[in-house]
Design a protein around this ligand. Structure first.
Ligand SMILES: Cc1cc2nc3c(=O)[nH]c(=O)nc-3n(C[C@H](O)[C@H](O)[C@H](O)COP(=O)(O)OP(=O)(O)OC[C@H]3O[C@@H](n4cnc5c(N)ncnc54)[C@H](O)[C@@H]3O)c2cc1C
Ligand code: FES
Length: 352
């Protein structure tokens, strides 16, 4: 308490290890600074985006030590995550030396800014388009990461996950699946106008959503445009010959929400281990398709993959779906450290 009133002189040390347990860096965090601020000042590629405690990108597990939260972590993290000791590095001010666990991106994948033009849009469903931008230089990223897109007069950048596998030296043409959000500043424009002349700015790569090493099975869960980073991860993994049993669960309301089925079948055909695509519809009963909420299919998928031991789960889509899926996964015995996700938050989520 006294140190918070009068300030403290000595910086606190924060030891960072990856989720594989390997030490990756130790930083010093000065008075009233957050873990994220100091990590970025030290030149680390610490996962982050909003820096105000809403996106969850800087999710970090606190192993030892105490922190103060500038805004409560519970606005963004689930109850299961809080109980497991997760914090948001952008909101965490150390009150002692800390040991934390987070996967840092390689230094050569620090975010850069690109000028870009929108060169193609293709309808994937009634409310999702594949959007292709052409950047002024190759954009490098890991499969599963996302970009921040801005345009003149934008109320703020919008985040979109890459849907293609990354090239070896990056890609000039980058794609994302974008869902129309009624009343949304960017997506209403995208669905109503030709944006070919708009000078976009893209900042990338962002996020810590990528395939971790391991030999255990993979459970991928997507909803709506949340298939975007999952397709990037799957395409890249297929090209790398990743031989892990995999089930892809996809949640939609009706058959008209299904897309990329041929691409998924093509990935499945060359996958060197078991690969199953299980679409789940919540509002339409259709022959051969599962009916209900996608989260309801998680226990059966885990059982079919041989149980929770060694399984990694990758989730993308609406925040409510992710929160519900995380609860089911942890109940089924999947540790939070093996659950990776990007919540597709928007202005309505942030304004909660
Ligand atoms: C890490 C990440 C990755 C993402 N990847 C994708 C992706 O690959 N594909 C994809 O489709 N989306 C993705 N998103 C979501 C995307 O970034 C946008 O949020 C989404 O496209 C909506 O943008 P918009 O400008 O159209 O809507 P916004 O302008 O953000 O509005 C969204 C909704 O909120 C309402 N709203 C606006 N302001 C307020 C307010 N103050 N209070 C209450 N409600 C408000 C609007 O009326 C609208 O209904 C991702 C998000 C994140 C965080
Ligand atoms: S960077 Fe910390 S929550 Fe967004």
């Amino acid at each position: 308490m006294l140190s918070r009133i009068f300030g403290r002189k000595a910086p606190h040390r924060v030891a960072i290890t990856g989720t594989d347990g390997a030490p990756s860096a130790t930083i010093e965090v000065g008075r009233n600074k957050t873990v994220l601020e100091s990590a970025l000042e030290a030149g680390l590629s610490y996962p982050h985006d909003c820096t105000v405690g809403t996106c969850g990108s800087c999710r970090t597990r606190l192993i030892t030590g105490k922190v103060d939260a500038i805004t409560p972590f519970g606005y963004t993290l689930t109850r299961e995550e809080l109980e497991a000791g997760f914090i948001l590095a952008c909101q965490a001010v150390p009150l002692s030396d800390l040991a934390v666990e987070v996967d840092l991106a390689p230094a050569d994948l620090a975010p850069r800014t690109f000028a870009a033009r929108l060169v193609a849009t293709d309808d994937l469903t009634h409310d999702i388009k594949r959007v292709t931008w052409e950047a002024d230089a190759p954009v490098r990223y890991r499969a599963g990461q996302y970009m921040n897109v801005s345009w003149p007069g934008a109320p703020g950048p919008r985040s979109y996950s890459f849907s293609d596998a990354p090239g070896v030296d990056g890609k000039v043409r980058i794609t994302s699946f974008i869902r129309r959000v009624p009343g949304g500043a960017f997506t209403e424009l995208l669905f109503a106008q030709d944006l070919a002349e708009v000078p976009f700015t893209i900042e990338a790569p962002h996020g810590g959503f990528w395939l971790r090493d391991g030999a255990g099975p993979l459970l991928l869960i997507g909803g709506g445009s949340g298939l975007s980073p999952l397709m990037s991860v799957l395409e890249h993994a297929a090209a790398q010959g990743v031989a892990r049993d995999t089930i892809l669960l996809f949640g939609g309301r009706a058959t008209r929400d299904l897309y990329c089925q041929d691409d998924i079948a093509a990935i499945g055909a060359r996958w060197p281990a078991r690969f199953e695509f299980r679409p789940v519809l919540s509002e339409e009963q259709a022959d051969g398709l599962r009916f209900g909420l996608v989260t309801g299919e998680i226990p059966a998928a885990i059982a079919d993959l041989g149980g929770a031991a060694g399984l990694q789960a990758y989730l993308c889509g609406p925040p409510a779906m992710i929160d519900a899926a995380v609860a089911v996964l942890t109940d089924a015995g999947v540790p939070l450290t093996d659950i990776h996700y990007d919540k597709f938050t928007d202005a309505s989520t942030v304004a909660r």
